[in-house]
Design a protein around this ligand. Structure first.
Ligand SMILES: NC(=O)c1ccc[n+]([C@@H]2O[C@H](COP(=O)([O-])OP(=O)(O)OC[C@H]3O[C@@H](n4cnc5c(N)ncnc54)[C@H](O)[C@@H]3O)[C@@H](O)[C@H]2O)c1
Length: 362
């Protein structure tokens, strides 16, 4: 299977290629869209160790002179300190606006590498080569790039789209299982909000091998939904908000546990299940939907509830969500699997109607 999608924003258009083994053809593929000589690769230590021996020869074979900027793995690298180091390395390597940045990694390298590209010399071209499932189906598409501040995640960033996105599903074979499941939470989210067939397919796989065989279909389905929503609403003020299903509660949970206990996908998993239980109780969602979500989360080792004593803290986190406007909050509610809507409501309504103690129950 050789999939291709085009993101068309009107003012900018770029391709997404999805193909097994693409890493070995990256030099040739990049040559088709970039006529220059120098490339700066931004990656992390794990990926450099696993794939540097294939990536750099592929670039060299196509005539590129590639330098590398290798970050320590993990969220801590998405900081201003790291960013300053990236700028230093770009200057040391003589990278200018006629050159290209290749971001090779998960969402962390993608976000900080993309942000470096958007700001260095007021913006230089870059391509995304996402390597984690989360990055392949979500963070590499849509142009959101950012770094964290000590006050919170993604607080400084921009919308800056790559020249192209190259997705090689085979790279996922070396991804730690916890990160695979983490990304699957986002895939389940896409099924919930827009694609019942994808949700059912994910429910039906019996083994990780079966899932792996269908990985390209799954990535393609998720990217198609993200493409459609980003094209409708590039700056995240309307339809794109559907992608936040499970995220309002999820962010509050991540924050409550200081980003240490749950990965982003795990927190979103709990958020999707809890939000659907609330909306089902309020008669907004078809009966049985929360149970279907709970079953699929269990199947992929994802949590669906948390164990805390003071559930009011979760409400506090929801109140402080950076996407709230005044007392208003946009929540994403499923009518049923595959059909979601954004509802504008108030934090008071959430406080009154949502049974936060239920977050700790099975
Ligand atoms: N920009 C967006 O739209 C957007 C959307 C969602 C999430 N994000 C951001 O994405 C980040 C999380 O991304 P992530 O989960 O990919 O984290 P990550 O980049 O830290 O990758 C997770 C781990 O997996 C390793 N890894 C990645 N690919 C691998 C592979 N093929 N084989 C072996 N190991 C591999 C990495 O080295 C790292 O240790 C967060 O900072 C989040 O804010 C951004």
């Amino acid at each position: 299977m050789n999939s291709f999608l085009d993101i068309n924003l009107g003012h900018k258009k770029y391709p997404i290629y999805i193909r097994k083994g693409l890493i070995d053809e990256l030099g040739t593929e990049i040559r088709k869209i970039y006529g220059g000589s120098k490339i700066a690769v931004i990656t992390d230590e794990n990926l450099n160790c696993l794939y540097g021996g294939r990536l750099f020869p592929a670039l060299k074979a196509a005539g590129f002179e590639a330098s590398s900027i290798v970050l320590p793995p993990g969220e801590k690298s998405k900081s201003f300190d790291t960013l300053l180091g990236i700028y230093d390395s770009l200057i040391d390597s003589g990278i200018n606006r006629s050159h290209l940045i290749v971001v090779f990694g998960g969402g962390v390298a993608g976000d900080i590498g993309g942000f470096a590209a958007s700001t260095y010399l007021r913006g230089i071209p870059y391509v995304q080569v996402p390597t984690s499932l989360l990055a392949q189906i979500d963070s590499s598409i849509g142009g959101k790039v950012a770094v964290d501040l000590k006050q919170g995640k993604n607080l400084v960033g921009s919308f800056y789209h790559p020249k192209a996105v190259f997705i090689d599903p085979e790279l996922l074979k070396t991804l730690d299982k916890r990160f695979l499941y983490d990304g699957l939470a986002e895939a389940i989210k896409y099924g919930c909000i827009r694609d019942k067939k994808l949700f059912l397919a994910l429910s039906d796989y019996n083994t990780i091998e079966e899932l792996n065989e269908s990985m390209e279909y799954m990535i393609h389905s998720c990217c198609t939904i993200k493409k459609e929503l980003v094209e409708k609403d590039e700056k995240d003020t309307g339809a794109r908000m559907l992608l936040n299903f499970g995220h309002t509660i999820g962010h509050a949970i991540e924050k409550y546990f200081n980003y240490e206990k749950y990965t982003h996908g795990e927190a979103v998993a709990i958020g999707m299940h809890m939000m659907t239980r609330f909306s089902e109780d309020l008669g907004m969602t078809r009966a049985g939907t929360a149970e279907a979500i709970r079953n699929i989360l269990c199947k992929y080792n994802l949590p669906h509830c948390i164990d805390i004593d003071d559930t009011s803290k979760i409400f506090e986190g929801i109140k402080l969500d950076k996407k709230n406007v005044g007392d208003h909050i946009n929540i994403v509610v499923l009518k049923e699997i595959g059909d979601a809507e954004v509802i504008k409501t108030s934090t008071d309504f959430i406080k009154e109607k949502f049974d936060f103690a239920a977050i700790t129950r099975n």
